[in-house]
Write a protein that binds this ligand. Structure first.
Ligand SMILES: Nc1ncnc2c1ncn2[C@@H]1O[C@H](COP(=O)(O)OP(=O)(O)OP(=O)(O)O)[C@@H](O)[C@H]1O
Ligand SMILES: [Mg+2]
Length: 338
């Protein structure tokens, strides 16, 4: 299915968190856009700000410590950051849904599956009679291929396997037919077969409904299979963005290149996995220049002094491929070879 118009535009989003160590700039000027039917992958090391970016879009950052201090989150041309609480509540679930890493924490153990799906639907469509709600819950379970949904609606979370629970979470997220699904490492708790089934299911839902997906993951295999575009985050910022093929075939930012070389290849035997030397930056004490400079083998004094510009690729087929790096400004993004 060809990608449609832009439905979400995140512009210079900034979220700060007060911590004992100091002010953490967890999201520090993140921008990207998402089109209808597109899957955008967000990758990056632990602590790079992926989840906080997702939570900021839904305005669900942990308060009072965290607050969104700047930027715009434009959904269909309107800035969600300007919405009041009631309007924002209507956006969650209806326009944008979120699936978290662990289905265990997303489902309430004391309510039945049917109860939890009907509650999600009733939250958005208050006037539906109970019988209709139940019918919709059964239908939602059918769309995620849960067998015998009429019986399953009466089950409680502990009666389901891990893969089944994740399907129920998907059913809840999908029950209000959102335009955007944000999936924050939704398959980490699943084994490989169940994970593959779950990803196929998401693709199926996407093909039928034109759903746009933001997929946060550590797994480059998933990125290759699922995503159209990729945003690579480092130290609260997007350091490289581009079509999935460009990111895999010609990664430009030294961090992306290092990240990809730490992924084992099926056709190569390796003595030990490459890991990126050094530590991710402390977000309460960020370096003045490029945040990756202290770990970058190509960094010179300029990299340590000033944050690099965003350099676009001049390759005709890779119009939307950009990376933030001083060296790339000198040599040109399209001239980096693997
Ligand atoms: N509730 C919180 N209180 C204080 N700091 C937080 C809180 N949640 C996140 N942070 C900090 O914000 C930064 C970004 O965290 P975030 O959860 O977005 O990282 P992430 O990229 O999702 O990492 P992971 O891959 O481990 O999920 C981190 O430095 C983290 O320590
Ligand atoms: Mg996270």
């Amino acid at each position: 299915m060809p990608l449609g118009d832009t439905i979400l535009q995140v512009e210079n989003l900034q979220t700060h968190i007060d911590t004992k160590m100091g002010l953490v700039k967890a999201v520090d000027g993140v921008s990207f856009s998402l089109r209808r039917g597109e899957t955008l992958g967000i990758v990056g090391e632990s602590g790079s700000g992926k989840s906080m970016t997702a939570l900021s879009i839904l305005r669900l950052v942990p308060r009072p410590a965290a607050r969104i201090v700047g930027g715009r989150v434009m959904l269909n041309g309107e800035d969600l950051l300007s919405y009041d609480a009631e309007r924002m509540r209507r956006v969650r679930g209806r326009a944008i849904s979120m699936v978290l890493q662990d289905p265990q924490t997303s489902l309430n153990p004391v309510y039945s599956i049917g109860g939890q799906i009907t509650e999600a639907i009733a939250n958005q469509q208050r006037k539906l009679p109970r019988l209709e709600l139940l019918k919709r819950a059964v239908a939602a379970l059918k769309t995620v291929h849960v067998a015998a949904p009429e019986q399953r609606v009466r089950d409680y979370p502990h009666q389901l396997s891990g893969g089944m629970k994740q399907r129920v979470v998907a059913a809840i997220a999908n029950s209000c037919e959102p335009q955007i699904l944000i999936a924050d490492e939704p398959t980490t708790a699943l084994d490989a077969t169940i994970q593959a089934q779950y990803l196929r299911l998401l693709k199926e839902i996407q093909q039928e409904s034109g759903l746009s997906i933001i997929f946060i993951t550590h797994d480059f295999g998933i990125v290759a299979n699922m995503c159209d575009h990729v945003a690579v985050m480092y130290g609260g910022r997007v350091v490289e963005y581009g079509p999935v093929r460009a990111i895999f075939n010609s990664p430009a930012h030294p961090y992306t290149r290092a990240l990809l070389s730490s992924v084992p290849a099926v056709d190569r035997t390796v003595d030990r996995l490459y890991s990126i030397p050094g530590q991710p930056p402390m977000l309460w004490d960020l370096p003045r220049g490029c945040r990756f400079a202290p770990r970058c083998e190509w960094a010179d004094s300029r990299c340590h002094q000033e944050y690099p510009p965003t350099v676009p690729s001049l390759d005709a087929g890779q119009a939307a491929h950009t990376a933030s790096c001083w060296k790339l400004e000198d040599i040109g993004l399209e001239n980096v070879r693997c």
